[in-house]
Design a protein around this ligand. Sequence first.
Ligand SMILES: [Mn+2]
Length: 456
Amino acid sequence: MKKNSIKNNRINGEFQKEIGLIIQNGIKDPRISGMTSVVDAEVTPDLKYCTVYISVLGDQESLDSTMEGLKAAAGFIRRELAHRINLRYTPELIFKSDASIEYGVTMTHLIEDVIEADQQKKAEADARITKTIDDLIKEAKDRVPFGALTVGICGHVRPDGDCIGTCMGLYHYLKQFEGIKLRVYLDHFKDQFLNVIPESDAILSEYDGEHLDVLFVLDCSSVNDHRVGIIDDPLNAADYLICIDHHVSNEGFADFDHIRPDASSASEVLFELLDPEKINANVAQCLMTGVVHDTGVFKHSNTSAKTLEVASVLKAKGADLSQIVNETYFMKSFVQNRISGVAYAKAELFAGGRGIISALTEEDMKKEGATPTDLDGIVDVLRSTEGVECAVFLYQLPGDTEEYKVSLRSNHELDVSVIAASYGGGGHVRAAGFSLKKGLEEAFVEVVRVINEALD
Ligand SMILES: [Mn+2]
């Protein structure tokens, strides 16, 4: 930035004007273009040097030759100046093309913009994080000054990769704290996670009735309607609830809520609440599992630049990305592949090919020896059908009920979380679900009608 005194500004202006006149009228050098103008002059405070910024209308060649001519004429111009400007000492002239001044100014602005944007981004990020996990644990310990702090961790029913990864990521993180009694409560999940998630045998698949000082409810949008797996009444099981989630439909139910609907996964949300120093290989492995599953291996639209940054850190901290992707995402059991095949064979198009729907009854599943945990990913394959905007997959809940679980996926336009919410379900813009207490035919017809209307 220029920092000239008023006096210098006046001198600068005079130099600019007089040098311009000398170049135009007093020099006969064929190298100097007739389209030359002096855009600025900058005299140093000690008056020893004057930088003269030159602009030439024309191509690079005429600029170069003009600059050459001016450098050769510098002595002459300086002597002429001495006659015209009344100064004890006439500064030495340095000619520069004004591209450099423009460039300098542009660069300064660019750098200022980047710094400003960065500071703003950081301020926003900091504003969102009101308390870290370390803060929350410290507060909890202050509330329970005697004995160990009993901390429970739980997630939603039928836990998926994000739910398991987030819960176990927090488990491995909190294991590093002293004076904490830890419990992880999770419903049954696919066997494939057992090898990939470290210490998965520590997970309790039944609530042991332990009274909890703090209960973390992760990747779970509500504590109503038995959304929390295993723990029927979380509000009564614990003195203090902490919710960390990324579901749009989550309105906040805990004593402390941290909900970030813009995040790909609950694992990504948890990541930013952790002290990076305490993210060891086990924590990284679990959180990577969560990010991988909720982004469909970084291909869903919820994969942001931030998501990839988080994944990069987790990989560097020791997460085994190949193992996670191969063993928990792509690998299917024989039963899973068979039941998926049944679902694909039963698929039908509707809404002129923009909708696809398939449904499995309990009988279909029994025939293949499949359970609901074997049905993961079916709806995502349906969604990848050419021309489809919305995919619907229904399956009958076990126990001979007249109740269907409905999974919805969309590709570009349809906000399926709104449809799910209107049936008391929840989820995200591109992936949501709900239950319908109806027989197959009725459920099928109703869902097709609703999606048809939404796609209209
Ligand atoms: Mn999730």
